[in-house]
Structure formats: structure tokens, C-alpha cells
Design a binder for this molecule. Structure first.
Ligand code: PEP
Ligand code: MG
Length: 582
């Protein structure tokens, strides 16, 4: 057996997983070109028809699985895909192409499908443009079957597989669950990329940022990944397996200990209660919220409703989902964040346009203000659901007061529309904003007059503060919460909120990073919201801290100039008080 090799990456979701490598290619396949002799033309046509049948079977299986996990509505996206496979003009043209030009099926098929896609996308009609996207997706599947690479789809595998990819999109990750994958590893990404966030939400051990790993591994290789330290072992030795078996048992023991905290308060040793809530992306996570001991939901990322489908969800569909979430979490509250699409969260169902810099582009509230009908559809759905529980509303990516006032005026319009329809809603629904753009942090005092709460999105706030793409592993070190600028900016936000008499939470990944809990507690943060999987750890951290020690840390951080020192101090407290969690 080949010897053990170790690779180091960035750990992003805790846990240990052992399994067989499954490489997932994002990029376009390289299409081979061959002349086909006359005698083999029939066989080539049959090979093409076989690939169509195999794709059909694959799509039908996906549809069944999606119906089980997400409902028939979401699964219906595959109906359009299946229709593409029956399109006689496409099939005839490929068959004719193979016979007349005597070229291999993948080459002819790619040419024909590209031509169809180009023609459809050029027509100014939203429906036909969507069909072009369907065709693109289906064509990729057919080509993979022709190339014999059909085993590389993400879902449809089992617990024995670890997905290895250059990069996974949030919509890729949304199709994963603990039942169909043991873990995943990517070359790109960082702790705050949405793929990493999903991994934590789904409690799937994951490592990102291992450059070149796709080339170093082959499908079927046996690997072990350590989601605590970021180590990947290829062909783990018996010693390594033994060490990790022990570690897994130890971690299980600690997790069991944390479970006993479920009913206890997230209150410091000296009596300061910090609200501890959970972040969710999908309603499927509601069970985890209920069992993790969180006080409600501090961030519901509604954009995940818009993934993996060709048309956006309408008001009724959204209302049903928000209502389900509200009812399930009541009497505790749910903070619903309005659509935060764009950046690293593209979706096929909305036309975001091509942009040079999507992270600095027309994303989140900017897109919603430019598309008021899409925005108001969501607002009406949230407002209608608000009578079924305790909902709060939050706008993402607010950068200035005018933007906030514009969004508020559309909220008013949505309310008027519901009044006109005679639909009940909570007119005094609490409104908050995310503070995740530096300009918003600087004018937090002005924004505080307009809302009932702030929630600090540290993922984007750090990205824009440091001018460092949150998904780029090469500059991940710049996403350093210990940078003195971070403590300073957080202090500005907290002070502005408290001076205006409103509360302030953190819902970025920093809220779940127990190395920084002492700093956040010392700053006077009122609420922390993290992935359900991390909530018990954060609760233990809060319960092990006292205010004077945390406040002293903050005064050092405010007067100090070195990130390493701030880091050493906050982790020093963390390791002394709850070292067993590391
Ligand atoms: C953030 O930016 O910190 C945040 C919570 O929002 P998202 O990660 O969804 O961008
Ligand atoms: Mg954000």
C-alpha cells in the first residue's frame, strides 16, 4: 500500500472524516476530437443515445432525491432539464452531424448545443434565456456521460465519500447533507466563504485552501480529514487511524458534555446575559436549532431559497416557508434577512448581470432596490408570516442612510399593498440593519436612529475593511479579527448602538469563533448568532468568562498596535477558561 502523505489546509468545519476521494470538477471539460470511421458511425450514434438515456436517469434520480429533501416545488426545476433531453431538433442535428461529418459524439454534441445556447440567449425573452441555462446544464451532464465521468456529481453519493474540488459554490453545497457525503476539501476558499459556512451549518467536516489538491489525489484514494487542525492524510497509516479514533472519541465526549448545557443560560460568571442564537440557511436546519440550545434565530439567510432553481420563489412559496420557520421557533424570535444575493452567492434564477467586481457590485440590498418587485414580493411574504410567530426583519449591505430610507419606503409600500388586500401582518415588526460595510460602521450613530437593532456581519465587514476578498485563500491571513482596526470599528458600532438605546449583535462567523468570544463579550455585544453546530461551544465559552477580564482585554486591544498581541491575549483567556474545547 502507498505510504501516508500529509497536506495542510485551513480547517473550516470541525469533525473527523475518513473516506474515498471523489473529485468534483467545476470547470468545463476538455472535449476530445476524433474522426470516426464509416463502420463505427452506428455505434457512435448509439453511444450518444446511451448518454442521453443515462443523463435522463441521473436527472430523474436527482429529482426524486430533491423531492424528498426539499419538496416537489424545488424538484420541478428538473422537469425543464428533462424536456431538453427530448428535444427532437437537437437530437436529430447531433445524429446527422455524427453521420455527415464523421466526428465523435462529444465533439458534435458540444458544437450543436453551443449553437442552440447562443441562439436562445440572444433572444430578448426571459423564458428562452432560462431554457438556454437549462440546456447548458444538461449539455454538461451529457458530455460527462460521453466522457465516462458521470460519477462526479456531488449528490448521490454516500457517507463513504469525501468531495475534493477546486471550489464549491453555495448552491453546490446546498445539495449536500450528512447522508450523502462524509466531508469536503477545496483548493479555494476561506473560513468565511459561504461554502465553509454551509459546511458548519450541515456539520460536515471540511478543509479549504489546499492548493493543488485536486492534482495530488485521484478518485477512490483513501483520505482522512481533520476539520479541527486542517490536516488531510492521504493513505492514513494504522498509527494515524488509531490516533484519530482516540481523538474522535475524545471529541464525542466533549460534545456530550456540551449537550448538558442545552437548557442553561448563556450568561457570564458574573451574570451578564448574552443572547445566543443560531444562523440558518435552509429550513432543514430547524431541528438543529431546536436541539442546540439557541435562543431563536439570529440570521436566516433567505437567499438560499433562490438557489438551484430557474425561477425565483413567489410570494406564496416564501410565505409558506417563513411561516413554517416562524411557527417552529416561536415564541423565540427569528431575524429574517432579506435577499443577500450576489458576491459569492450567484443564482441562476435572477439576472444579476455580468460584473467585473461582484463583491463590490449590485449585490444584496442594492439589487433589491433596483428590483423593487422582487424585493417587495419577499417583504410581503415576510410580513404575512409575521403574524405566525415572532419575526424581525433585517436589511443586508446597507452602506448609507439614504439607502436605508429607500428600503424602508419599499417596506411601507409592501405594507400598503397588504392593507389593500386585507391581509393581516405585524405593522410594528422590528427592523434592523446589518453593519457590514465600513461606511455604515462609521455612521452607525445615524443609522441607529432609524432601526431597532444592529447585527454586525463580520465576514463582509472584515472583507471590506481589509479590502481582501473573503473567499481568496491566498489572502486569508488578512481576514484577521485580531487586527486593531477590527476592535476599534466594533467599538464604534457598539457605542453608537448603545448610545441610541438599541441592541447590537454579531452574526458573522466571528460569533462562533470561541477564540474571540472574550473580545466580543468585553466589547459589550448583546447577542451572538452562530451556526447551530457551534452554539453549544459558544455557550460554554460565555459561561466561563467574566466581564472585568474581557473588558481589560478590550482596553489593551484598543491601545495596542499589534495583532499578534491582541490574538495572544484573547486566545490566552479562551484557552485558560475553556481549553478543552480546542
Ligand atoms: C456577514 O457578512 O458577516 C454575514 C453574516 O453575511 P453573509 O456571510 O451571508 O454575507
Ligand atoms: Mg454579509
Amino acid at each position: 500500500m502507498a505510504g501516508e502523505r500529509i497536506f495542510q489546509g485551513t480547517p473550516v468545519a470541525p469533525g473527523i472524516a475518513e473516506g474515498k476521494v471523489l473529485i468534483h470538477f467545476q470547470e468545463e471539460e476538455v472535449i476530445p476530437f476524433r474522426d470516426v470511421p464509416e463502420s463505427e458511425l452506428d455505434a457512435e450514434v448509439t453511444r450518444f443515445e446511451g448518454a442521453l438515456l443515462a443523463t435522463r436517469k441521473e436527472l430523474q434520480e436527482l429529482q426524486v432525491r430533491l423531492t424528498e429533501s426539499a419538496g416537489a416545488g424545488d424538484a420541478s426545476i428538473f422537469d425543464a432539464h428533462l424536456l431538453v433531453l427530448e428535444d427532437p431538433s437537437l437530437i436529430d442535428e447531433v445524429n446527422k452531424g455524427i453521420r455527415t461529418h464523421r466526428h465523435n459524439a462529444e465533439f458534435v454534441f458540444q458544437g450543436v448545443s453551443h449553437h442552440f445556447i447562443k441562439t436562445l440567449s440572444a433572444i430578448d425573452d426571459a423564458y428562452l434565456r432560462e431554457r438556454a441555462l437549462d440546456l447548458e446544464d444538461v449539455a454538461r451532464r451529457v458530455i460527462r456521460h460521453l466522457l465516462g465521468k458521470s460519477g462526479q456529481r456531488l449528490s448521490g453519493h454516500d457517507r463513504n465519500h469525501i468531495i475534493v474540488a477546486d471550489e464549491l459554490t453555495p448552491s453546490d453545497t446546498a445539495t449536500l447533507n450528512r447522508g450523502n457525503v462524509a466531508g469536503f476539501v477545496t483548493e479555494k476558499g476561506s473560513k468565511t466563504s459561504h461554502t465553509a459556512i454551509m459546511a458548519r451549518a450541515l456539520a460536515i467536516p471540511a478543509i479549504v485552501g489546499i492548493e493543488g489538491i485536486c492534482d495530488s489525489l485521484e478518485n477512490g484514494d483513501v483520505i482522512l480529514i481533520d476539520g479541527y487542525s486542517g490536516k488531510l492524510f492521504l493513505n492514513p497509516s494504522p498509527e494515524t487511524l488509531y490516533v484519530y479514533q482516540q481523538l474522535a472519541q475524545e471529541k464525542e465526549h466533549i460534545e456530550e458534555g456540551l449537550e448538558t448545557l442545552r437548557e442553561s443560560d448563556s450568561t457570564t460568571l458574573d451574570g451578564r446575559h448574552i443572547i445566543l442564537s443560531a444562523n440558518i440557511e435552509l429550513p432543514e436546519e430547524l431541528d438543529d436549532v431546536a436541539s442546540c440550545g439557541a435562543e431563536g434565530i439570529g440570521l436566516y439567510r433567505t437567499e438560499f431559497l433562490y438557489f438551484n432553481r430557474s425561477t425565483p420563489p413567489d410570494e406564496e412559496e416564501q410565505y409558506a416557508i417563513y411561516r413554517q420557520v416562524a411557527e417552529r421557533i416561536a415564541p423565540q424570535s427569528v431575524i429574517i434577512r432579506t435577499l443577500d444575493i450576489g458576491g459569492d452567492k450567484p443564482t441562476e434564477c435572477l439576472d444579476l448581470g455580468e460584473e467585473e467586481n461582484p463583491f463590490l457590485g449590485c449585490r444584496a440590498i442594492r439589487f433589491c432596490l433596483l428590483n423593487p418587485e422582487i424585493f417587495k414580493t419577499q417583504l410581503r411574504a415576510i410580513l404575512r408570516a409575521s403574524v405566525h410567530g415572532h419575526l424581525r426583519l433585517m436589511f443586508p449591505m446597507i452602506s448609507g442612510r439614504e439607502e436605508l430610507l429607500h428600503a424602508k419606503s419599499l417596506l411601507e409600500e409592501a405594507m400598503e399593498e397588504l392593507r389593500a388586500r386585507g391581509e393581516p401582518f405585524q405593522a410594528d415588526i422590528e427592523l434592523g440593519v446589518m453593519i457590514e460595510v465600513p461606511s455604515a460602521a462609521i455612521i452607525a450613530d445615524l443609522l441607529a436612529k432609524e432601526v431597532k437593532f444592529f447585527s454586525i456581519g463580520t465576514n463582509d465587514l472584515l472583507q471590506y475593511l481589509m479590502a481582501a476578498d473573503r473567499g481568496n485563500e491566498r489572502i486569508a491571513h488578512l481576514h484577521d479579527a485580531a487586527h486593531p482596526a477590527v476592535t476599534r470599528v466594533l467599538k464604534v458600532i457598539v457605542d453608537a448602538a448603545h448610545a441610541a438605546g438599541i441592541w447590537v449583535g454579531v452574526c458573522g462567523e466571528l460569533a462562533g469563533d470561541i477564540e474571540f468570544t472574550p473580545l466580543l463579550v468585553g466589547l459589550g455585544i448583546d447577542e451572538l448568532s452562530a451556526s447551530a453546530a457551534l452554539v453549544p461551544r459558544v455557550k460554554k465559552a460565555i459561561r466561563s468568562l467574566d466581564l472585568p477580564a474581557c473588558q481589560e482585554l478590550v482596553s489593551h486591544a484598543l491601545s495596542g498596535d499589534r495583532a499578534v498581541e491582541i490574538y495572544a491575549r484573547t486566545t490566552g483567556i479562551a484557552r485558560t477558561r475553556y481549553g478543552d474545547l480546542f
